[in-house]
Design a protein around this ligand. Structure first.
Ligand code: COA
Ligand code: AMP
Length: 631
């Protein structure tokens, strides 16, 4: 069956479509209803069904004879080590770590926060939670202690699992001190912390509260998989919202397992036993879905890579990993390829490696600019697939589904709707726009299996953020258009979210931090175009009258404040002091116009602008820091 037929089947009869897909998973008890829509606008997949995600990702492969196959390969150029963990070894480690959690009183439904660098123990901790029905919430290491504290207070974990340190090429990330200070900041206090002591910087353990990973494991009895409801939460993953308060995206067990397994075959065209590599981080949704769950559910070998595309040691790093481990499919963000291209424009490092096993490259996390797509196609000579998705959906909304039928590529487009997703582009009144016209990209409910059923402990915010803009539709927050062939083009966000090196950040959260500085009267943060990272945040601040301190000192404090309050991942390094900010007559700051100025783009003078002369001042100020240059 070709793409069109598969897609139409998924739309016409979603229940039989997903029931058939659910055969990829081992169930302890079959579902009563494939899709339960009895409590709209909430939809639950496989209601009544029981399963265990860890069993499906690990144990069943050992039973089926894959025990000796590598499950995880940890390749760590930053520590100079490589480790292979077979499925049998993974089963043993996960069962024992699950036992260690049980011994600390963690049971079904309890939350466990995982704060770890790119080490296999991160996956072990996640799977161990799944094994006993506990709900994990992984927090990316590039966030500050304050961000971690916010997540602790929302998820209220019984136990935290952390690495003692992470290793960035230019520094050691002090995970343990960050963890301690987050717990100090948080109102909720977890009962225990399990710390993976790394030799590069072991952490100081707090007696009675902390214990080492090795000692926890040594004392533990292996734990069995417990059956959970398909609709029980597997994990919470926090992502940037439009306020400083991150959104706790919930993932269920049943729909997630089905979507993950189905996507490996149909989107990525990967078979059991093959090596799949998502060069991302376990702290992001790509890491959850395609470093940990999907490849393991499908019986593949997954690579946990602790390094960068460049500088560890050079721009040939990805090619080395692919050739050494026989990677079939690589998934990364376009920014990684821009970094490789910047350091090695003629791809000379490629000549040193045999990439014979590599069949396809998938890119996501940010818009894939046609230049990067073209360069990757040229140097690799394999299909390069841009696909579009978000933390909330957990897997691709639009893609070129290689396992179904390879469609022609249109540069700048992530191709067409993935089966299960009814993508529509609507105007502000909720009316479908004509092909080629830009509007809000929406997904008609129900969302397919694997997508968020709600936000953690906050059904009201789930409805208000995603379902209230247009009843019956999910608001993606992206704007774009469908062309006459049904190809989607994702152009921009309709909210304050920016995308920095494939990382999703809220400018509103950064503005909140700048505004907390005693010398700042008003501020705005915009996402200015950056050749490497796609966008970079740029702050514009107006100082309170009477402040006579040196601008440079204030700017430095502001940069440090954002790094301290949000984290290095914000990559917030540029602030400019201005006399005033452009506003509409009703007082709304014209961020979009300032972004156009920063990017050197033509813009239309907003009809409602209060004082057009301010735009020239902004142009001059941004020009002084290297922006606002016409191409
Ligand atoms: N823990 C702690 N700090 C981290 C971190 C982590 N896991 N990951 C990144 N950081 C820090 C970096 O050290 C850097 O800090 P610095 O200001 O002290 O230099 C800062 O966060 C910004 O990091 P990053 O945006 O990654 O920039 P970079 O200059 O270090 O690297 C790229 C640039 C393009 C090589 C890098 O962004 C990359 O590999 N991107 C791939 C995209 C990706 O994985 N996206 C995930 C979604 S698919
Ligand atoms: P995240 O939730 O961190 O995965 O970020 C999701 C957001 O990143 C989306 O809503 C888009 O704005 C952007 N994004 C991700 N993938 C793509 C893509 N292939 N093309 C365009 N934008 C993308």
């Amino acid at each position: 069956m070709g793409y069109q037929a598969v897609y139409e089947r998924s739309m016409k009869d979603p229940e039989s479509f997903w029931a058939e897909a659910a055969e990829l998973i081992d169930w302890d008890r079959p579902w009563d209803k494939v899709l339960d829509s009895s409590n709209e606008p909430f939809h639950r997949w496989f209601a009544g069904g029981m399963l265990n995600t860890c069993y499906n990702a690990v144990d069943r492969h050992v039973t089926a004879g894959r025990g000796g196959q590598p499950a995880i390969i940890h390749d760590s150029p930053v520590t100079g080590s490589k480790t292979v963990i077979t499925y049998a070894e993974l089963q043993d480690q996960v069962a024992r770590f699950a036992g260690a959690l049980l011994a600390l009183g963690v049971t079904k439904g309890d939350r466990v926060i995982v704060y770890m660098p790119m080490v296999p123990e991160a996956a072990v901790a996640m799977l161990a939670c799944a094994r006993i029905g506990a709900i994990h919430s992984v927090v990316f290491g590039g966030f500050s202690a304050r961000e971690l504290a916010t997540r602790i207070d929302d998820a209220k974990p019984k136990v935290m699992v952390a690495g003692s340190c992470g290793i960035e090429p230019n520094r050691v990330v002090h995970y343990k001190p960050l963890l301690d200070s987050a717990i100090n900041l948080a109102e909720h206090k977890p009962e225990h912390c399990i710390i993976l002591q790394r030799e590069q910087e072991p952490g100081t353990l707090i007696e009675g509260r902390d214990l080492g990973w090795a000692e926890a494991l040594a004392a533990a009895e292996p734990a069995a998989c417990v059956s959970v409801a398909a609709t029980d939460p597997l994990y919470i993953l926090y992502t940037s919202g439009t306020t400083g308060q991150p959104k706790g995206v919930v993932r269920d067990n049943g729909g997630h397992a089905v979507a993950m397994a189905w996507s490996m075959e149909n989107v990525y065209n990967v078979k059991p036993g093959e090596v799949f590599w998502a060069a991302s981080d376990v702290g992001w949704v790509v890491g959850h879905s395609y470093i940990v769950y999907a490849p393991l559910l499908a019986g593949c070998t997954t690579i946990v890579y602790e390094g960068k595309p460049v500088g560890t040691p050079d721009a040939g790093a990805f090619w080395r990993v692919i050739s050494e481990h026989g990677v079939s499919v690589l998934f990364t963000a376009p920014t990684a390829f821009r970094a490789i291209k910047r350091d090695d424009p003629n791809a000379e490092h490629l000549g040193r490696y045999d990439l014979g096993t590599l069949r396809a490259l998938f890119l996501a996390g940010e818009r894939c600019d046609p230049d990067t797509l073209g360069w990757a196609q040229k140097i690799l000579g394999i299909p390069v697939i841009d696909h579009w998705w978000q933390t909330e959906t957990g897997w691709a909304i639009a893609a070129n589904c290689l396992g179904i039928e390879q469609l022609p590529v249109k540069p700048g487009s992530p191709t067409r709707a993935v089966p299960g997703y009814d993508i529509q582009v609507l105007d502000d009144e909720g009316v479908s726009v004509a092909p080629g016209d830009i509007g809000r990209i929406m997904i008609k409910l129900p969302l397919p299996p694997g997508c968020l059923p709600t936000l953690w402990g906050n059904d009201a915010r789930f409805i208000q953020s995603y379902l209230s803009a247009q009843p019956g539709y999910y608001l993606t927050g992206d704007a774009g258009y469908l062309d006459e062939d049904g190809y989607l083009f994702v152009m921009s966000r309709i909210d304050d979210i920016i995308n920095v090196a494939g990382h999703r950040l809220s400018t509103g959260a950064m503005e909140g931090v700048l505004a907390s500085h005693p010398d700042v009267a008003e501020c705005a943060v915009i996402g200015a175009h950056d050749q490497l990272k796609g966008e970079l945040p740029v702050g514009l601040v107006v100082l309170k009258s009477g402040v006579s301190r040196d601008d440079a000192a204030i700017v430095k404090e502001l940069v440090n404040l954002v790094r301290d309050q949000i984290g290095p991942v914000a990559a917030f390094k540029t602030v400019v002091v201005v006399q005033r900010l452009p506003k509409t007559r009703s007082g709304k700051i014209l961020r979009g116009t300032m972004k156009s100025i920063a990017d050197g783009k033509d813009y239309r003078m907003p009809a409602t602008i209060d004082d057009p002369a301010i735009l020239e001042e902004i142009q001059t100020a941004l020009g002084k820091i290297g922006y606002a240059k016409h191409a």
